[in-house]
Structures are given as structure tokens and as C-alpha cells.
Design a protein around this ligand. Structure first.
Ligand SMILES: Nc1nc2c(ncn2[C@@H]2O[C@H](COP(=O)(O)OP(=O)(O)O)[C@@H](O)[C@H]2O)c(=O)[nH]1
Ligand SMILES: [Mg+2]
Length: 353
């Protein structure tokens, strides 16, 4: 394990330094604001000191890591888990013993926010504002909202996006959301839209999208093997944007995800959505996030916001993946029930339902 302390001008800059030196696997162990010594230091803006650790640091060549005996691998992952647990325990104690923070911690957990996410938000606040009992609940409310946004990035689909893929478990609303977006792009933004459906399993899924395609007069190509992708893209060469639907038999089949990856790897510079339903339990969402990782998704869509009053799953997932939410959907109507994600709105939903 490699542990290193970094000093930077901002948290973002610090995270970049850590990623560059220790790699993406690095875990943050501790962070605090520091001032340099002397009058100049006092006048200058505070810096952030971040301590991070990594088990397989860049100094360990991957080849060596690969030949580790299975038993060592297990021990390393146990160690990793222990470090994470220790950090979380220490954070918990810091927050749990502090009156107003403790009650806020409970409030956030009641709203479906995982303990570690709620603790991270509250620790950020405690570090910045101190253990201050004079912080009124209404003031804390506002600060919490602002800090939660830091863990709930949102980002519009880049206007130049040309190929956009919808992946995710069965039944979350991929096809419906794709149809909504296709209609928005062609009706309201006057774009030439093309559709591809990668559906090697359920003939029904092809028909569903074909129906939408006919209604909206959008060309659709069905792809059965990875090499058909190029042909389909050539046929849709005239389109400004190509939306790609994917389907599988079940949500929990890793073989299917691997197979799907061979299709998606053939797409040039695609924006890849992982589509998730807010009605899915957070622990299942974590499994899905892991299962689909090999697809290389880079942004999130949350569906079925109309079906629950508990939205903690959204921030739990953005916290775990670091990826932005681009759209949310709020019902079955095509094309109406689609919205661009707005961090303020989502935080309000999480806090107030
Ligand atoms: N209530 C609700 N239902 C939705 C939403 N999005 C999709 N659905 C429904 O979820 C079901 C599965 O959708 P589908 O697009 O076929 O999912 P896919 O298997 O991921 O492609 C359909 O009945 C959709 O109408 C949403 O935002 N809210
Ligand atoms: Mg579908």
C-alpha cells in the first residue's frame, strides 16, 4: 500500500494530482484545509491537504499484480475493506457525537441517502464551518443543499454528440427513454435522428422501437452481430445523431454484458448512458453499476421518478460512480416525460420528496 499527502489549491486540483500520481484506484483517507505559516500564508487563500492511499499503486506493475496468488488478492481486498471501514468509523464518530450533525445524519438516511454519502456531506460542512452548535437548522439546510450538489453532478448531452448508447438492466425504460429523446431531438431541435437497435434476444424489443420509429418517421437499423454496426452506421451517415438501443434477456447476466461490450466497442466516440430506475434498491444499483462497468458508460439517466418518493438512490449512485446525470424521466408518456437533469431540483427531491 502506498500512502501520500498532497497539498493543492482546491479539492479538484488535489484529486487530479492524486489520480495522476496514485491512479484512479486511490482512496481518500483524510482531507483538511491548511494555511501556510506566516503573515503571507494568513493572507493567502487556504490550501487543501489531502491524504490518499492506494493498494496497487503505479509503482506496482500490473503484470506483477496479475500473478499474485489468489489468497493474496483476497487479503488485499480484505485490507482495502478494513481501511475503508476504519475511515468510515472515524468519520462516523466525528459526526455522530455532534448534536446538530447527528440529527441531520439521521434525516438524510431517512431520505434514502447512504450513511457514507451523508457522512461525507456533513464532514465537508463540519470541516468548513467547525463543530458549531450555533448553526441554525435552516442555515444548515442551505449549506447541506449546496454540499450535496458537489456529489450530484449533472451535465447536458454535448451538442456535438453523434452516437448515443442506452445501456442498463431490462425493464428500466431504455427503449422508452430513447424514443422520448429521439422525438425531442427531431421535433424540437430539428435534428436528423437515426436509430440502431442491438437486440439479439427479444424480437419484441425491436418491434417496440420500430413502432416509435414509424410514428416519428425516424430511420432504424437492427444489428444482430458486432460487425453489422459499421454497416448500420454507414446507412445512417446522413443523421446528425444516432441513438443506439440495447436489450438483453435478464438484468443479471454478465455474459450478456460482455457480449454487449463487443458491440459497443465498435462504436466511434459514443456517449454511453447507464439507465437506472430510482425504484431500484441502492444495493442493487451498486451491483448493476459494477456489472456494466466493462461497457464504459460515461453518464447516467434515472427513470421512474414518478414511482417513488424516495430519491436517495440518485446521489448514492453519483457518489459511487462520480458520473453526471444527464436526464431523468417522470412517466410513461412519449415524448413528454423526459427532463434534463437539474442538480438543484434533484437535491430538493432527495431532501423533501
Ligand atoms: N412510471 C414510469 N414508467 C416508465 C418510465 N420509463 C419507462 N417506463 C415503463 O417501464 C416499462 C419498461 O420500459 P422499456 O423502455 O421497455 O424498458 P427497457 O427494457 O429498459 O427498454 C414500460 O412499461 C415503460 O412504459 C418512467 O419514467 N416512469
Ligand atoms: Mg428495451
Amino acid at each position: 500500500m502506498k500512502v501520500k499527502t498532497f497539498v493543492a489549491n482546491s479539492v479538484q486540483e488535489g484529486m487530479q494530482l492524486i489520480k495522476r500520481e496514485l491512479g484512479p484506484e486511490a482512496m481518500i483517507i483524510h482531507s483538511r484545509k491548511v494555511r501556510q505559516k506566516g503573515l503571507l500564508g494568513f493572507l493567502a487563500p487556504p490550501k487543501v491537504e489531502i491524504t490518499a492511499a492506494v493498494v496497487n499503486g503505479p509503482n506496482y506493475p500490473p503484470a506483477q499484480a496479475k500473478v499474485l496468488p489468489k489468497q493474496w488478492e483476497n487479503e488485499i481486498s480484505e485490507l482495502k475493506a478494513m481501511v475503508a471501514q476504519l475511515v468510515s468509523k472515524q468519520q462516523k464518530q466525528e459526526i455522530q457525537t455532534d448534536g446538530i450533525f447527528a440529527s441531520y445524519l439521521e434525516k438524510l438516511q431517512d431520505r434514502g441517502v447512504e450513511a457514507k454519502v451523508a457522512e461525507a456531506v456533513l464532514l465537508d460542512i463540519k470541516r468548513e464551518y467547525g463543530a458549531n452548535d450555533s448553526l441554525k437548522e435552516e442555515v444548515l439546510d442551505l449549506i447541506v443543499q449546496k454540499k450535496m450538489k458537489a456529489y450530484l453532478p449533472t451535465e447536458k448531452l454535448p451538442p456535438k454528440a453523434r452516437v448515443v448508447v442506452f445501456t442498463g438492466p431490462t425493464g428500466v425504460g431504455k427503449t422508452t427513454t430513447l424514443a422520448k429523446l429521439a422525438a425531442h431531438l427531431s421535433l424540437y431541435q430539428n435534428k436528423q435522428v437515426g436509430m440502431i437497435t442491438i437486440d439479439t434476444y427479444r424480437i419484441g424489443a425491436v418491434e417496440q422501437l420500430r413502432t416509435y420509429a414509424e410514428i416519428t418517421d425516424i430511420p432504424i437499423e437492427v444489428v444482430m452481430t458486432p460487425k453489422d454496426i459499421e454497416t448500420a452506421l454507414e446507412k445512417l451517415a446522413g443523421a446528425d445523431i444516432v441513438l443506439v438501443d440495447t436489450a438483453g434477456r435478464s438484468a443479471n447476466n454478465s455474459m450478456q454484458v460482455k457480449e454487449l461490450a463487443t458491440f459497443i466497442n465498435r462504436l466511434p466516440q459514443a456517449e454511453i448512458f447507464l439507465v437506472l430506475s430510482v425504484t431500484t434498491k441502492t444495493e442493487d444499483l451498486h451491483l448493476i453499476v459494477d456489472k456494466f462497468r466493462s461497457i464504459g458508460y460515461n453518464r447516467l439517466i434515472f427513470t421512474k421518478l414518478d414511482e417513488t418518493a424516495n430519491f436517495g438512490a440518485i446521489i448514492n449512485t453519483t457518489y459511487a460512480t462520480g458520473l453526471p446525470v444527464t436526464y431523468v424521466t417522470t412517466g410513461q408518456s412519449v415524448p413528454d416525460d423526459l427532463e434534463e437533469a437539474d442538480a438543484d431540483k434533484l437535491v430538493q427531491l432527495i431532501l423533501k420528496g
